[in-house]
Design a protein around this ligand. Structure first.
Ligand SMILES: Nc1nc2c(ncn2[C@@H]2O[C@H](COP(=O)(O)OP(=O)(O)O)[C@@H](O)[C@H]2O)c(=O)[nH]1
Ligand SMILES: [Mg+2]
Length: 387
């Protein structure tokens, strides 16, 4: 690399592990000076210089500062190394300070992102990936950046070059079909529990959360405020909201809780309607069900207390006992089926932002018969690619 290029691409270091005490910390150095810098902070036990090290092999040695500290080094690219050292903050700080002395500044996660993907949907995907809360979502976002979007842009540009408008139109529509799903790559799905007092909503919230998040009591009207808990069911992030039990009468405090509940039902991606099947279905139950249906049609009926004899009259639903933890696997499957009826292939590009969706809509219009607009299609595609 020439001196001129050196000036354009500075050598930086990144602490890849979180800023807290840990068993191991990882510091990476990237850029034209990376190998020389690594030689000045790390000494291999066999005195081998970094430039002589094989790629993707791990070499044991010591840090020069703090002196004698054991560490391993791996050359991860022609101009990139990773140093894995003890995870005490003092060790990391000393290593970063030693690099700083050589003019190698620690860079921010944003700078790392810019290096991996300077612009466009790939960059967006990596940015979201940093915030992903479950492994399947992180994997999906990683593949958006590495595979799905680069592939889609190549195919779209090919179609544009060949003036293949139906193909370009299809490509845009295929991505748009995932708009609903893509909205939840980082934002959890909202699942709200609704039911009459004592149906077992709070017990179910606790069973799904895996610990006692909400107060459970035999006295009706225990839950007043909305109690929320983030969970991951089958790798899908969700926010569960437990709400006050519904009844047509009740004092003003209870009615305030019910008003809050109604707002939650309305905004939910899915309402779990918890019914107590050990009590006979009656007119008040019917009124409750209608009240929920008036707010939201995305309902899943859950017949709770299946450990007790059934009293009859209830509409069909998933049979569970929140208390005895029976039927919870089937309930989880039913929830996932409602929220995510299909899961995208890793190579499927997804509209990661509302702006992507908007541009794809424009692309659909620009490529629609009878008169496709080549110039508009090219402009939209480039705006999509450059982000
Ligand atoms: N037998 C039985 N009792 C349950 C079940 N789920 C909840 N309960 C009981 O029903 C009562 C009310 O439960 P809770 O979760 O507070 O109901 P909520 O008012 O709908 O939140 C408590 O005494 C629970 O122990 C269940 O599956 N079986
Ligand atoms: Mg409750």
């Amino acid at each position: 690399m020439s001196a001129a290029e050196d000036r354009h691409e500075p050598t930086c270091c990144w602490v890849l592990t979180p800023p807290a005490p840990g068993a191991v910390a990882v510091v990476c150095i990237e850029g034209p000076q990376a190998l020389a810098a690594a030689d000045r902070v790390f000494q291999h036990v066999g005195r081998r210089r970094v430039v002589q090290m094989a790629m993707d092999r791990v070499y044991f040695g010591h840090l020069r500062k703090p002196q004698g500290e054991e560490a391993v080094l791996c050359r991860t690219g022609p101009q990139a190394v990773e140093i894995h050292c003890h995870g005490g903050p003092q060790v990391v700080q000393a290593l970063v300070a030693a690099l700083k002395q050589q003019g190698i500044a620690p860079a921010s996660p944003e700078q790392w992102l810019r290096k991996q993907a300077p612009c466009g949907p790939a960059r967006e995907a990596l940015q979201w990936m940093l915030q992903a809360t479950t492994e399947p979502m992180a994997r999906l976002l990683w593949h958006q950046a590495q595979l799905a979007w680069p592939r889609w842009l190549t195919q779209a540009r090919q179609a544009l070059a060949q003036s293949d408008w139906p193909r370009l139109n299809d490509l845009a529509q295929e991505v748009l079909a995932w708009e609903q799903f893509a909205r939840h790559l980082v934002e959890p799905w909202q699942v709200v529990l609704a039911g009459r007092p004592n149906a077992g909503k709070s017990t179910l919230l606790n069973a799904l959360a895996g610990f006692q998040r909400a107060v459970v009591h035999a006295r009706p009207g225990t839950t007043r405020d909305v109690v929320q808990q983030s969970v991951a069911l089958g790798g899908v992030p969700m926010r569960l909201s437990d709400t006050a039990g519904w009844r047509s009468s009740g004092d003003s405090l209870e009615q305030e809780g019910i008003r809050l509940a109604r707002r939650q039902w309305q905004q939910a991606d899915l309402v779990l309607v918890v019914l107590d099947r050990s009590r006979r279905w009656g007119a008040e139950d019917e009124r409750f069900l209608q009240a929920v249906q008036a707010q939201n049609q995305r309902l899943l009926l859950v017949r709770n207390k299946c450990d007790l004899p059934a009293a009859g009259g209830h509409p069909p639903g998933v049979e569970i006992s929140a208390l005895a933890r029976q039927g919870l696997d089937e309930l989880q499957r039913a929830i996932l089926h409602h929220l995510v009826p299909r899961w995208p292939e890793l190579h499927q590009a997804l509209p990661l932002t509302p702006q992507h969706a908007q541009l794809l809509q424009q692309l659909v219009q620009a490529t629609a018969p009878p008169r496709p607009d080549a110039r508009a299609a090219a402009t939209v595609l480039e705006r999509l690619a450059s982000g």
